[in-house]
Design a protein. Structure first.
Length: 95
C-alpha cells in the first residue's frame, strides 16, 4: 500500500499532469490523480486563486498553467530533486 499523499503532493501531481498534457479537463485529471470530483474542483479553485492555473475554455472547461504556475512547478521539481540528492547523501553517511 502506498503512503498517503499530502496536499502538496496532490498539487504537484495536478500541475505535472496539466504541464504534460498542455491543458486539462476535470474528469481526466480526477481519474489520473485518483481523487474525488469534489476534491478535484476544490484543488482547481485553490490553484486558480493562487493564479497557478487559468481557465482557457468554459465548455468544456479546460485549465492550463499560467506563467506563475510554470515557474512554481519548475521550483517544485528542483526542490524534489534536491531533497532526493540529500536523502541519498544521508543514506551513504549512515552506512
Amino acid at each position: 500500500m502506498s503512503p498517503k499523499r499530502d496536499r502538496l503532493d496532490i498539487i504537484f501531481e495536478m500541475l505535472e499532469y496539466i504541464d504534460k498534457h498542455g491543458n486539462a479537463r476535470i474528469t481526466p485529471l480526477m481519474y489520473q490523480i485518483k481523487i474525488s470530483y469534489s476534491a478535484t474542483k476544490e484543488y482547481l479553485n485553490f490553484l486558480r486563486a493562487l493564479k497557478l492555473i487559468e481557465i482557457v475554455s468554459e465548455k468544456p472547461r479546460i485549465y492550463r498553467l499560467t506563467q506563475k504556475g510554470i515557474k512554481f512547478l519548475e521550483n517544485m521539481r528542483e526542490l524534489k530533486r534536491l531533497v532526493k540528492v540529500e536523502m541519498f547523501a544521508q543514506m551513504g553517511k549512515n552506512r
